[in-house]
Write a protein that binds this ligand. Structure first.
Ligand code: BG6
Length: 514
């Protein structure tokens, strides 16, 4: 984390407690692809909310860039859509809106970057933004390399040692496979130092994901159990009820493993499995996460089907409504072999986790929307209670609920009231909403603020992105080459494919019910 002078600190009036949150430096946020959905849905609402909380100074501006011709006024008007009507009436919005600018140009046209330079200089003079820049790549990934090259060629990137700074936020996907990720990263690092690069993974911005570290390392009672001696296995689930919505053309070229496992799930897994870091420095934490990814056993393609399951949803029912099959969705190839569900069994070959399987799964159009990490502990070594059949004895499970119903649950056996000893399984529950009574901040808000103050802790570093691809490649290759195997189907609204059950039942284990 960067050092902070007293004058740069502000108490955030909207967050309770003694928290002292640093305000961003004066700067311009340049959004490439600003005419897209992400800008009005997530980025502008997040920036506005930071302004409302005094976490962004008045010496600030947003400069939208995209090919579509639009005036500053038109751009401002389109950014109102996802802001509540009453907030649009405030003076804060009026002042924020006047800091939004837009210029159209084609990302591959060098003269556009000349225009960009001039516009930025003008904004610096008018608003005192001190030459600090945050570039936000919110374009289709095919444009990333070109934009980065052009920014370098136009001298729009601060060199190390300058008094002002340049940072870049890159949206996923970071490549389509190991080779393309490597090429993309090489292009990025040819222009930007790695410490200027912020690869965003919005799961890391979720409060409940950040809480994994607090839960593990601020409490004395769990960490001693957090290892192969007491943990039987770990399940990580990210289930969605949504289908591919209007993103068929992107999703059909990606699939569940690339869309969710390569990034979000492996990031969560590494937080759950990492060793205690020696400090909260960004790179100290990221070093520990990187060690976990390096320690996950690599599986050769010929064994991929023993360690993974992929499947695609067919027709079904979601909350009482009929749902179309994946192959019937807009912009999806009617013969598509893209998986909408992926499950893996990973082993982390180190002292802490040797022999403990980490089962992970993610799918669209499943029975419920739920993201959670379940740590299942080993059962007792000897059965003392005669009336309790061995198969009624459940394991203790600690569930970190990422969303919805954010919280933590511990499941344990309790005596059912009565003369004899019968065991009933009960939950001990912690809920964020009930305990703190505040809405958890949006992931984008947290992440953009972190980037503006130069804290890269919650962003993916180059090595972890490439390690995650390296881990998944044998599976992706085996899935693609498998001609003889039909792609398993599951009914929309169900628990997923029966093949996924077999991945665990072979070892006497069961997935948790979604
Ligand atoms: C995105 C994926 O990264 O995460 C989407 O591209 C997915 O396919 C989304 O729906 C899920 O995010 P969340 O925050 O709703 O769990």
């Amino acid at each position: 984390m960067t050092s902070v002078s007293q004058s740069e600190m502000l108490v955030n009036p909207l967050r309770e407690g003694l928290e002292v949150v640093r305000s961003a430096d004066p700067c311009v946020v340049v959004i490439f692809g600003a005419s897209g959905d992400l800008t009005k849905r997530k980025l502008i609402p997040a920036l506005f909310s930071l302004v409302e909380q005094h976490l962004i100074p008045s010496a600030f501006a947003v400069l939208g860039v995209a090919r579509r011709p639009m005036s500053h006024e038109e751009f401002r008007a389109t950014q109102r859509e996802f802001i509540d009507a009453e907030r649009l009436e405030t003076e804060v919005w009026k002042s924020f809106e006047s800091s939004l600018f837009y210029i159209p140009f084609d990302f591959s046209d060098a003269s556009g970057y000349q225009k960009l330079t001039e516009e930025l200089q003008k904004i610096d003079q008018e608003r005192g933004t001190l030459n600090n820049r945050l570039y936000y790549l919110s374009t289709p990934p095919t444009a990333y390399s070109e934009i980065i090259k052009q920014l370098g060629a136009a001298h729009l990137v601060a060199a190390p040692g300058e008094k002002y700074w340049t940072r870049i936020i890159i949206e996923k996907p970071f490549g389509h496979d190991l080779e393309s990720a490597h090429a993309l990263n090489a292009g990025v690092n040819a222009v930007f130092n790695e410490n200027q690069v912020y690869r965003i993974d919005h799961y890391l911005g979720k409060e409940t994901v950040q809480n994994i570290l607090v839960f593990r390392f601020a409490n004395g009672i769990f960490e001693p159990l957090w290892n192969r001696r007491y943990v039987d296995h770990v399940q990580i689930t990210v289930a969605e009820t949504l289908g591919v919505e209007h993103r068929g053309s992107y999703y059909d070229g990606a699939g569940a493993a690339r869309d969710m496992v390569q990034n979000h799930i492996l990031q969560v897994l590494s937080l759950v499995a990492m060793e205690p870091p020696i400090s909260l420095e960004a790179d100290t934490i990221r070093d520990e996460k990187s060690k976990v990814l390096r320690a996950i056993r690599r599986i050769p393609p010929q064994d991929a089907f023993k360690y993974s399951v992929r499947a695609q949803y067919g027709r079904g029912f979601i909350t009482g409504e009929t749902a179309a099959a994946y192959r019937e969705e807009e912009d999806v190839n009617p013969q598509s072999k893209t998986e909408t569900y992926a499950a893996f069994k990973f082993y982390i070959d180190n002292w802490r986790w040797a022999g403990v399987p980490f089962y992970v799964r993610s799918g669209k159009r499943l029975a419920k929307r739920v993201s959670e990490v379940a740590i299942q502990f080993k059962t007792v070594p000897h059965l003392l209670f005669e009336q309790t059949a061995a198969d009624q004895l459940e394991p203790n499970v600690l569930v970190l609920k990422i969303q919805p119903d954010e919280g933590i649950t511990l499941r344990f056996g309790a005596k059912l009231p009565g003369q004899s000893i019968h065991i009933r399984w009960v939950n001990m529950d912690f809920r964020y909403g009930a305990s703190f009574g505040v809405k958890t901040p949006e992931a984008y808000e947290r992440l953009i603020h972190d980037c503006l103050i130069g804290d890269a802790t919650l962003f993916s570093r180059r090595d972890t992105v490439e390690q995650a691809w390296n881990l998944l490649m044998p599976f992706l290759i085996a899935w693609q080459q498998s001609k003889e195997r039909e792609l398993p189907q599951y009914e929309a609204g169900s628990q997923g494919p029966s093949e996924a059950e077999a991945l665990l039942s072979a070892e006497g284990r069961k997935w948790r019910r979604i």
